[in-house]
Design a protein around this ligand. Structure first.
Ligand code: KIV
Length: 284
């Protein structure tokens, strides 16, 4: 096991100051979180993308606070020393400032996560400020924000045109002023991401499919390893086809059981003759 001290927010800012890019991945369960911590990932996002990657929904909208709490608790157990961010699900913060603070607090108290994330720009600034003033580190999320995919015209590049790009830039500045410690920029043009990163004074800027010029990179874990069968986004690099490895293994298991090749002697346990004889006598 790798020895490692718990990563704190100042540690993340220190890395940014030293010009060291931050690595960030999603995880939704104990074993994945465990491996990510062993690999030295800086931050783990328990994303509401779990609605699609783990629960099989077509969008993130059906995900509830209870779903998020359960999965974030599992990730915390697997990665006790990594900076873990809980993603606030649909309608857990949009209705009001009070709803947002209560659910952010629930996340922190019930899961032990280190920060929470919500989607949206200037219109969410009051929620961001209220959560920040409650002592909870708050992450923003701009560009392609999946909870608004319908309003944004689907899962597509945002900020292609100058006007929309300016709006995303202004939203980033509004979130920074509101107290966001980090802003994720998802699927916006690389030059817009660079502009925002250069302008940010006290906020960490992270890129998901928005180019190399942010303070670090986020990817969806399932995309790295071919584990989401419905869709393979262009922005994700595949580091191994675990999906194919698993499928091959499953087919082999079915074949071996069907052919009476599994189990072999080493896969099960026997019983002493005298114990077995006694068992038989007890049964007569
Ligand atoms: O839910 C999630 O994993 C996210 C990413 C798409 C950034 O919010």
């Amino acid at each position: 096991m790798t020895e490692r001290k718990k990563t704190s927010l100042p540690d993340l800012f220190a890395k940014v100051t030293r010009g060291e890019p931050l690595s960030w991945l999603t995880a939704y369960d104990y074993p994945t979180a465990y491996f990510q911590e062993q690999a030295g990932v800086d931050m783990i996002l328990v994303g509401d993308s779990l609605g699609m990657t783990m629960l099989g929904y077509d969008s993130t909208l059906p995900v509830t606070m209870d779903d998020m709490i359960r999965h974030t608790q599992a990730v915390r157990r697997g990665a006790p020393d990594t900076f873990v961010i809980g993603d606030m699900p649909y309608m857990s913060y949009q209705p009001s400032v009070e709803t947002a603070v209560r659910n952010a607090g629930r996340f922190m108290a019930e899961t032990g996560c280190d920060a929470v994330k919500l989607e949206g720009g200037a219109e969410m600034a009051d929620r961001v400020t209220a959560i920040y003033q409650s002592g909870i580190p708050i992450f923003g999320h701009l560009g392609l924000t999946p909870q608004s995919a319908s309003a944004l015209g689907g899962f597509r590049l945002q900020g292609k045109g100058a006007l929309q790009a300016k709006k995303i830039f202004d939203d980033a500045m509004a979130l920074e002023s509101a107290g966001a410690v980090c802003i994720l920029l998802e699927l916006i043009p690389d030059r817009l991401c660079k502009l925002i990163t250069e302008e940010a004074q006290q906020t960490i800027i992270m890129s998901l499919g928005s180019g190399p010029d942010a303070h670090g990179q986020l990817l969806i874990y399932h995309d790295l390893f071919g584990l989401y069968p419905k869709f393979k986004p262009r922005m994700a690099k595949v580091y191994g086809d675990a999906g194919q490895v698993i499928l091959n293994g499953l087919k082999e298991y079915v074949r071996e059981v069907t052919a009476n090749e599994f189990p072999q002697k080493e896969h099960y346990f026997g019983m002493k003759d005298e114990e077995f004889d006694q068992l038989l006598s007890l049964m007569t």
